[in-house]
Design a protein around this ligand. Structure first.
Ligand SMILES: Nc1ncnc2c1ncn2[C@@H]1O[C@H](COP(=O)(O)OP(=O)(O)O)[C@@H](O)[C@H]1O
Ligand SMILES: O=C(O)C1=C[C@@H](OP(=O)(O)O)[C@@H](O)[C@H](O)C1
Ligand SMILES: [Mg+2]
Length: 171
């Protein structure tokens, strides 16, 4: 069994996808994002899965995609922001190196803009993000082995801090 060297969690706009790519690059390891896995397998964007099959169906695909990646992928793994809502996923994260990329409302709103293809943020991004941040903060904190604050920091600075935590050769 292989396992990711680092799993990134946090709300939309925390930078999981961006930081994950940069971190994988710096480590010379592959990068994977469960949103991309789900979208590739379904043959359509996440936003269309929400419209065609609904959020419940997306969450089932997400639980399966996360379980598979946690068991079989040995690079840097980014999860979707809502993955930790599933008790099954929170339990599966135990024993992994889990970095919570935290972000407060102002920076999260700025980064996601008008939603950026995120169906949950399509109508009122600011109000929805405020709700998501408050609802999920305890869940991110519960699964994380480390928290890295991203507000007011560049992706390069964030990648540098994570490298300092997990080291240059985490395998
Ligand atoms: N530390 C950062 N500083 C400024 N912009 C960032 C930072 N991290 C990510 N971004 C930008 O914010 C947007 C959302 O980032 P993304 O990686 O998709 O976040 P997530 O996967 O957590 O939703 C992207 O446009 C990205 O370039
Ligand atoms: O917060 C959420 O519930 C979601 C976040 C998205 O991923 P990012 O956190 O990478 O934006 C994506 O999984 C989907 O739109 C649902
Ligand atoms: Mg992402």
């Amino acid at each position: 069994m292989t396992r990711p060297v680092c799993v990134l969690v946090g709300p939309p706009g925390a930078g999981k996808t961006t930081i994950g790519e940069g971190l994988a690059d710096a480590l010379g390891l592959p990068f994977r994002d469960t949103d991309s896995d789900i979208s590739t397998a379904a043959g359509k964007p996440i936003s269309e899965i929400f419209v065609d099959e609904g959020e419940e169906h997306f969450r089932a695909l997400e639980r399966a995609a996360v379980a598979t990646a946690l068991d079989s992928f040995d690079g840097v793994l980014a999860l979707g922001g809502g993955a930790i809502l599933a008790e099954q996923t929170r339990a599966a994260l135990a024993g992994h190196t889990v970095v919570y990329l935290s972000v407060e409302l102002t920076d999260a709103v700025r980064r996601v803009g008008l939603g950026g293809g995120r169906p949950l943020l399509a109508v009122n991004p600011r109000a929805t993000l405020k709700y998501l941040l408050d609802q999920r903060r305890p869940l991110y904190e519960a699964v994380a082995t480390t928290t890295v604050v991203t507000d007011g920091r560049t992706p390069e600075e964030v990648v540098g801090e994570i490298l300092g935590i997990i080291g240059p050769d985490p395998r």
